[in-house]
Structures are given as C-alpha cells and as structure tokens.
Design a protein around this ligand. Structure first.
Ligand SMILES: Cc1cc2nc3c(=O)[nH]c(=O)nc-3n(C[C@H](O)[C@H](O)[C@H](O)COP(=O)(O)OP(=O)(O)OC[C@H]3O[C@@H](n4cnc5c(N)ncnc54)[C@H](O)[C@@H]3O)c2cc1C
Length: 496
C-alpha cells in the first residue's frame, strides 16, 4: 500500500482533511489538478462567520458550530484571521428592528464567545460608522465576525499537512479511481506523465467537480447524481468607499443580503450574488447583470456613487452546495454532508458535499471519524488547539508580535512588515532571512512584492505561476499597475 489516504482536491476541505489525517500519523497524498485553492476556496467573501442570515432559515446547528469555530480559528491563525466589526443599518422596508435585535441576541449567545465582542445598537446619524451611509439609514446595529485570507488558509493547511509528512501534488489530476483487491488504484496525471498509486481509502473533496470524480470512482459508466447544487457567487472590488472602514451588511430589496467589506487597506469588496450554474466551474466569471446588481445595492446604501468604471477587480466562484431541496438558491443549506461508501469488497470512499470555509476544520474531524474504522489505528483529534504555520504569535497576540518584528528590523517600514506579518505570521523571518533592508530583498516587483518573497513562495508554498503569486499567495496584483503586473509576471515565470 502506498498511502492510507488519497485526497482528491486541494481546496479548503481537501487540505483540511489532509492536514488532520497526516497529523494523526496516516500516510497521505493530496492531488490538486490546478493550484491549491484555485477552485472555490479563493473566491469566497473571506469571512469566518456564523452566518447571521442562516438564523432566518432555522439553521441553528450550523450557526452554533460556525460561531464557535470563529474563536478556534482566531486562536489557530491570528495572522490571517481577525475580528471585523459589521454595521447592520436598519433599512426602510427591510427586516423589522425587533427581528434584527432577536437575531443578534441569538448570534451573541449561540457562540460561547471568549474573544469576540457582542452586538450593540448604533445611532448611525450620530456615529462615524454612519458617515459613508445615506441619511435615511439613521439607526442600526454593530456586531462582530472574522475576516480570513481564504487562499492563505488553504496554503497554511497544505503546509501543515506537508509538515506532518503528507505528499502534496499540485497540477496533478486524479483521472482514475479503481477498486482493486480491496484497495483503490488511483491514476494520476501531471506534466511529468501518468502513474498509479495504491491507497486504502479515498476522499473526494473535489468541490464543484465532485460529480465528475464520483463518476471516476463508480467505474460503471453510469452518471452519478450526487445531491449537489452549483450556485455561482461573484464579488466586485472598488477603491475604498470613503469612510467605510467597517464591514456593512446591506439588505437588498429581494430579501438577500450583500456585504461591503474593507479589503486590502485601500479597497472595498462588495458581494455576493446567487446564480444557478451549470457550466464548467473552471471557467466561471461575473456577468454584467451581477455587476449592476451589486453596484445598485451599494448605491442604495452609500453616499458615494459607484459605477462600472469604479470596478478595479472582480471574481466569481461556484458554491458546491449540498442539495437539501431548499427553494431559493440563497436558502439552500450551507451545511455539509459526508457520504461514506464502503464494505463487501469495496474500499472506503468518502464524498464531501457542501460546507463552508468556516467549518472546514470540523468537517475534517468528522471525515476522519467516519473513516477511522477502515484505516490503521490513528492518533486522536488534534487540530482544535494547534496553531497553523506562522500562527504561534504568542500570548501578546498579533499586535505585540508585530511590534517585536518592527523593533528587530528597523530598516523596514512598519506598513511593509505589517503586510508580510499578515501573510506569514512568525514565518516572516523565513521569508526575510538575513535581509537587513529592502535592497537585500532583490528586485522590487511592485505592489510590495520582492524577488525574495517570490522565491520563498516557489520553494515553500507550491507557487508555480504568476497568478499563484499575485492573486492567491498574495494580493500584490491588486496593488500593481497593469504594466507592473506584466513585468512581475515575466519575472515570476522565469523564476519557477
Ligand atoms: C461567492 C462565495 C462566497 C463564499 N463566502 C464564504 C464565506 O464568506 N465564508 C465561508 O465560510 N464560506 C464561504 N463560501 C463557501 C466556501 O468558499 C466553500 O464552501 C469552500 O471553499 C469549498 O471548498 P472545497 O474544498 O469543497 O472546494 P474547492 O475549493 O473548489 O476545492 C476543490 C478542488 O478540487 C480540485 N479538483 C477537482 N477535480 C479534481 C481532480 N479530478 N483531480 C484533482 N483535483 C481536482 C479543484 O481544482 C479544486 O481546487 C463562499 C463560496 C462562494 C462561491
């Protein structure tokens, strides 16, 4: 047997399961056909949240688990996860004040808060948070959730898996999954060629591609009908709406909610949409109707008028939702389902349906519990209190860590070190190495990106293309001009 477990898919659920399994002592291989996080997991709203609106749908279990995970992930990765204050303006014709109050009361108490503050009422006509808003939004509430760099959450879990001995293969597609002599023969294909490995168990964590992978494993040619619903969600990025330093939760006239989130220091991220999707998830993009929808909601709330020409970046992703028969697309459950098939000579295959970034760690624990009877003895669950790579910032928290970092590297300016510390946490010293000043970091590629950082990402984080570096490992692409991006891309491609 080559491996105890082969994980198909390097999105958050795949890397979460790989990290958990490797840390329990299993021999693990994860195959990702593109880059880590290139699927849905880098295209989210980037929130670790309970999901206030899920309360309306009666999803109390999901909200409770997700709220508790906020505290867990905040402690595991304080460099890439941090609390974010949300302003919820009371909208004329929107949900009644009493309903909002009740929802926030439940949100405060379902979560067993330790570090997250509770909700409060706000008089927006008399509060800095009301300044960017139109005058009709005179009252509202403030509550807290967490922000996360979603693409880096994926990378750090992959790093944790590799640090515990897992083999992580990117740009490697799983082409065949064949049951043979009570185990799986898994066919892999990369630029280097094709080859087979043997594994005791397989996890299908292929997100929007879960049906395709299930078809491979079935091997009988009959198309599977996994209960999955693909729903596109898109975001636009505009220059920071003046004064909008909090996150805003805007109620749309169609009953949905749209976030306007502070993003990358100088920008506002606005999303998302819910659109039924039946295309190829590898080629998903925002359309003009979605752009207009998001701009319209922003213009209903904010004083500063926004038009298409203000959009500096956009992205779209496909939610692989577990189909619970929810009527509207936004009401399909965001909870996950794990389906295990095993027995009578068929080796174990676990299929992941649905889920959220927020609950990936719990999902991984549940996956390992389901697989445990079919695998060699393993160590107990361990991920709840173990920091993710770079997350061991110490008792004083991220700010104190940053102060020590700045004191130790006086030739670098604080905003630069802050951005690096937000990406790498305590691993920032590995990135900077013996560099004493900016010149020691090699070529300056713009947007705060240096040649040395690119080399680090190639050597330590599986970066293999300009897009991996500019848009997933970092968001430096957003801080560059088009010319800078193409020069940086050329340089990065030459270094790979
Ligand atoms: C618009 C939007 C907003 C969201 N906002 C939030 C949010 O704020 N908070 C939150 O908690 N959640 C959010 N989510 C949900 C969250 O992003 C997803 O639940 C999660 O990313 C799904 O991860 P995954 O690992 O299942 O899928 P993916 O990230 O898509 O990973 C699956 C991977 O499998 C790979 N793959 C497929 N087939 C093969 C094969 N044959 N061989 C090898 N690899 C293969 C793909 O390349 C892909 O990388 C949002 C989702 C969307 C779309």
């Amino acid at each position: 047997m080559d491996y105890d477990l082969v994980v198909v898919g390097g999105g958050i659920n795949g890397v979460g399961i790989a990290a958990d399994a490797a840390g329990r002592g299993l021999a693990v291989l994860l195959a990702e056909m593109d880059d880590l996080g290139a699927g849905t997991s880098s295209r989210s709203s980037k929130l670790i949240h309970g999901g206030l609106r899920y309360l309306e749908q009666g999803e109390f279990r999901l909200v409770r688990i997700a709220l508790r995970e906020r505290e867990v992930l905040l402690a595991k990765a304080p460099h890439i996860v941090w609390p974010l204050r949300f302003v919820l303006p009371q909208a004329p014709g929107g949900r009644p004040r009493l309903l909002l109050r009740l929802g926030l009361f439940l949100y405060d108490y379902l979560g067993r808060r330790r570090h997250m503050p509770g909700s409060t009422a706000l008089k927006l006509s008399n509060d800095a948070a009301g300044l960017p808003l139109r005058p009709e939004f005179a009252n509202g509430f403030a509550y807290w959730d967490c922000w996360v760099d979603d693409a880096r959450l994926v990378i750090l879990n992959a790093r944790a898996a590799a640090d515990n001995g897992a083999v992580i293969m990117t740009r490697t597609r799983v082409e065949k999954i064949i049951a043979e002599d009570g185990a799986w023969r898994v066919g892999l294909k990369s630029q280097k060629g094709t080859w087979d490995i043997r594994a005791r168990a397989v996890v299908n964590a292929a997100g929007p591609w879960v049906r395709e992978v299930a078809n491979e494993a079935a091997g009988d040619g009959a198309p599977r009908n996994e209960p999955i619903r693909l729903v596109k969600g898109s975001h636009i990025v505009v220059p920071r709406i003046v004064g909008a330093h909090d996150a805003y939760l805007c109620q749309s006239p169609d009953g949905r909610v749209v976030f306007a989130l502070p993003f990358e220091e100088q920008f506002t991220l606005i999303g998302t949409t819910d659109v039924a999707f039946d295309g190829d998830p590898a080629h998903v993009a925002i359309d003009q109707v979605e752009e207009d929808y998001l701009l319209d909601i922003a213009n209903r709330y904010f004083v500063e008028p926004l038009g298409r020409s203000d959009i500096v970046w956009s992205y779209a992703g496909v939610r692989p939702l577990y189909d619970d028969g929810g009527k509207s697309l936004s009401s399909v459950t965001r909870d996950y389902q794990l389906e295990l098939s095993a027995g009578s000579g068929v080796p174990p295959l676990l299929t992941v349906l649905g889920g959220k970034l927020t609950t990936y760690r719990r999902l991984a624990e549940a996956a390992l519990s389901k697989l445990a009877p079919h695998l060699p003895p393993m160590r107990p669950a361990w991920t709840a209190d173990a920091p993710l790579p770079g997350g061991d910032v110490g008792e004083g928290g991220f700010d104190e860590f940053l102060t020590h970092l700045c004191d130790g590297r006086p030739a670098f300016d604080r905003p630069f070190l802050r951005r690096l510390a937000r990406r790498y946490g305590t691993l920032v010293d590995e990135v900077l190495g013996d560099a004493q000043n900016h010149r020691d970091l090699g070529a300056d590629l713009g947007g705060g990106l240096s040649e040395r950082e690119v080399a680090y990402l190639i050597d330590n984080e599986w970066a293999q293309s300009a897009e991996d570096v500019l848009w997933r490992r970092t968001k430096c692409g957003l801080h560059m001009s088009a010319d800078q991006r193409s020069v940086a891309a050329e340089k990065i491609e030459s270094m790979v």
